[in-house]
Design a protein around this ligand. Structure first.
Ligand SMILES: [Zn+2]
Length: 544
């Protein structure tokens, strides 16, 4: 790609204007205006950290500027064009020579499932090691409730990355009516609204739904609209794992329309979680989905999406290949139903189609919880068990309830979504079962920026930093400018390696020279230094 072409492509994908045009959000544009360009303010005589002569991508601008950055406490106090005399002008306790390195805002992951994991693995090392400094949890309808208690725990134990959360629709629905297969009554909806309101007061970013999962799949569109009306007055956001990402049920396209209509009816901003075309039955529908979303954007609605860069999706084996009606009451309910020969026959009758839609037993890889079958395909596990694929799958679910990865996506759709200016990078990660939790950001750099050239570097940085901060209105993050929090990631693109694979999902990424969280160096030359400088990020307190 020649330079002019690069700049043009970067401006289309990476410019600050991207989201503002996509969403008509004048306020977000204004809030970021202070971040555009490198200022040449006065260099302080002292600082805690000096990052000198790095290729600075500030998160919003398409082209880098070779710059010096000074950090004192938890903030960036100076950004200026690189000066060979900087070290004598600014005495710093620590100097990072970033000559030849990319320096950019720490990545903000807008969609992960780390909420319970962060209570056990508070460092969040897998994320730090791939340049992520902030994560947003509580996705696909599942969150820790109440958030006040959860946030309190995070703050008392300390965390490696900044952490925010949504409130899960399935979480509040389960609290009010268990996992029953029926519509909610007005009274139950009112109870759910109260639970959501409580979390909003404590800093929840809005409502997440998982309309594919139990019990969200039992709810009507109107139930979700009513819950979204609760988050509307405070500018809460609706982020959704749509009802069907595949051809089943109402199908992918109508599921996207349902999400958009929910947002329109309730007057809230919508984010489509891990946008994809799942299964051969809906491959190549990305153009149609994109057109629908951009139509609503043109009509003035704020709509974004997030996406992980893998062709396999990861989830529970039961969720992947058993009919949703059979999972009323969760896997426990499924196990009960399997005891009734007549119902079992019905379940079995639907499974070959579902297995086929997931790419077939040859490509379904069993992961966490599958004991000696972990890392094996369903076809191999069936051979080991001496059963056919359907019986083997049910035996495994009955005994272990394992997770799996299924190769359900087409790269054409993945790239099509990836190159829209309103699609953010995300991991969708739960550590250990899919490579995305330890690899996403390294994979994007290694595969889609360096190897394939699908994303210009500035566009990758934009969709992984300032676009997320704008979408969720996170104050003073996602940009490198004076006054912003010192969340900084430093790397050489050609050195970055995503090591996690479908069979070894826990291998951490390499190639990050430094990752700084709130002014403290968390990673140095691929080593985690033991810091816990992350903060809880609350809507209303840490947002604009
Ligand atoms: Zn999801």
């Amino acid at each position: 790609m020649d330079r002019r072409d690069f700049i043009r492509k970067s401006l289309v994908l990476g410019g600050t204007a991207g989201l503002a045009i996509a969403t008509g959000d004048a306020e977000a544009k204004e809030a970021l205006a202070g971040a555009a360009g490198v200022k040449t303010g006065r260099c302080p005589r002292k600082a805690d950290i000096l990052i000198k002569a790095g290729e600075l991508y500030n998160g919003t601008d398409p082209l880098p500027v070779t710059s010096d950055i000074a950090i004192t406490g938890e903030r960036i106090v100076y950004v200026g064009k690189a000066n060979p005399k900087i070290e004598s002008r600014c005495k710093a306790k620590k100097v990072i020579d970033a000559t030849g390195y990319v320096v950019c805002p720490g990545f903000i992951d807008p969609h992960c499932h780390l909420e319970s994991l962060l209570l056990k693995q508070k460092a969040n090392e897998p994320y730090l090691r791939m340049g992520v400094t902030t994560v947003i949890a509580g996705m696909c309808g599942g969150s820790q409730y109440p958030l006040s208690k959860y946030y309190g725990k995070l703050e008392s134990q300390g965390i490696g990355t900044n952490t925010a959360s949504f409130t899960g629709h399935n979480t509040v629905r389960t609290k009010v009516m268990g996992s029953e297969d029926r519509f909610a009554t007005d009274e139950e909806i009112a109870k759910m609204q109260d639970l959501v309101r409580k979390d909003l007061e404590d800093g929840s970013f809005g409502l997440s739904s998982g309309l594919y999962y139990v019990p969200g799949c039992f709810s009507k569109q109107s139930e979700v609209v009513e819950l979204c009306k609760t988050i509307a007055p405070v500018g809460g956001i609706y982020t959704t794992h749509v009802r069907n990402e595949n051809k089943y049920g109402i199908g992918l396209y109508d599921s996207i329309i349902e999400a958009l209509e929910i947002g329109k009816s309730a007057g809230v901003q919508v984010n489509i979680s891990h946008i994809k075309c799942l299964g051969k039955g809906v491959w190549y529908q990305s153009d149609k989905v994109i057109a629908a979303i951009e139509k609503y954007q043109k009509e003035g609605m704020k709509v974004t999406a997030d996406q992980y860069p893998y062709l396999a999706s990861g989830l529970g084996l039961a969720s992947a290949i058993t009919p949703s009606w059979s999972r009323d009451g969760g896997v426990k309910g499924l196990r009960e139903r399997m005891k009734d020969p007549e119902v079992l026959a019905k379940i079995k009758a639907e499974m070959p189609g579902l297995i086929d839609e997931r790419g077939g037993a040859d490509t379904i890889i069993l992961t966490a919880g599958a004991k000696e079958y972990s890392g094996k395909t369903l076809a191999v596990a069936a051979q080991m068990l001496g059963l056919n694929e359907v019986d083997a799958a049910l035996a495994l679910i009955d005994k272990y309830n394992p997770s799996c990865n299924t190769f359900v996506m087409n790269e054409k759709d993945v790239v099509n979504y990836m190159t829209r200016p309103w699609v953010m990078s995300c991991s969708d990660g739960t550590f250990g079962s899919h490579p995305r939790a330890a690899g996403t950001y390294a994979e994007l750099i290694q595969k889609y920026v360096v190897e394939k050239g699908v994303l210009p570097l500035a566009a990758f940085i934009r969709r992984s930093t300032s676009l997320v901060a704008e979408t969720y209105r996170i104050k003073d993050r996602g940009v490198i400018r004076e006054g912003a929090f010192a969340d900084v990631t430093i790397f050489r693109p050609a050195e970055v390696r995503a090591n996690a694979t479908y069979t070894s999902a826990k291998l951490l990424a390499n190639g990050f020279k430094n990752v700084i969280v709130n002014g403290q160096v968390a990673v140095e030359d691929d080593n985690y230094l033991g810091t816990l400088s992350g903060k809880v990020i609350r809507r209303g307190v840490d947002t604009f």
